[in-house]
Design a protein around this ligand. Structure first.
Ligand code: F6R
Length: 244
């Protein structure tokens, strides 16, 4: 079942997303959250921090598995997704960092690191709730158009459009953006019991509509979510338009 939720603006969409994550944490205090980076979830993370500091939600038993990490960046690199998660969420809540998992972008043997990451996800029981953003080309994680739906964690080559979009974090210098990433595959994402995908801003309107009202095709990786039994699509008015 796909449920659509529209907030008036980015802040209210972030609040809706945070409320869904908080509900999962209250329902199952030792839940596993699949987490995402990027601009979109930052407001939801800020709201979760506020709720945690107000004593409304407790991260002490929560485990997390992030979607992806750039190849070649370690956790102390400000552009790495581990650094992002520490700074945007983990450093500000009562989470046990040993329970937080991000793929290893520095492994000598990346293929082995991919297999190990799937084992980690399986060993914590899989995600109860997987949070996702969506790229302009429909990517989720770093699963780019054309990737098959049946892959686990793997090494991905970034598309030009993704490198261009992400260069905003490197002062627009595309040459500095890593060209590869370790990412959960669509099969890993689909194994989550619930999925929460966020889309905010007018520039996401076309792709989020395609993903949920268009054909299910590897050309639009997020369209695979139409096949999942429990998906929450949360966005602002600019992105959601007439979706709900
Ligand atoms: C982030 C991720 C990406 C982003 C997507 C949207 O971990 O895997 O798929 O969710 O690129 O990014 P933003 O939110 O910056 O538009």
């Amino acid at each position: 079942m796909i449920r659509f939720y529209k907030g008036k603006n980015y802040d209210s969409a972030s609040k809706i997303a945070a409320d869904i994550i908080a509900a999962q944490m209250i329902l199952k205090p030792d839940c596993v959250l699949g987490l995402a980076t990027g601009s979109t979830p930052i407001g939801a993370y800020q709201e979760l921090i506020r709720m945690n500091q107000a004593g409304l939600i407790d991260f002490s038993e929560v485990s997390t598995c992030n979607l992806d990490e750039y190849v070649g960046l370690g956790g102390n690199d400000e552009q790495s997704y581990r650094y992002f998660m520490n700074h945007q969420l983990f450093d500000h809540v009562n989470i046990d960092k040993t329970r937080t998992h991000v793929p290893n972008g520095l492994a000598d043997d990346i293929q082995a690191a991919c297999r190990e990451y799937d084992e980690i996800v399986a060993s914590v029981g899989g995600a109860d709730l997987q949070l996702l953003g969506i790229g302009h080309d429909g990517h989720i994680g770093f699963n780019e158009p054309g990737d098959s739906f049946d892959r686990g964690t793997h090494l991905a080559d970034l598309q030009e459009s993704t490198i261009r979009a992400n260069s905003r974090f490197w002062d627009g210098d595309e040459s500095k953006v890593p060209k590869q990433a370790v990412t959960m595959g669509i099969a890993t994402v689909m194994s989550a019991r619930r999925i929460l995908i966020m889309a905010c801003g007018a520039d996401k309107r076309e792709i989020i509509t395609k993903a949920f009202h268009g054909p299910i095709t590897p050309q639009v990786p997020a369209s695979a979510l139409q096949l999942h039994p429990c998906v929450y699509v949360v966005g602002d008015e600019a992105a959601m338009g007439d979706l709900c």
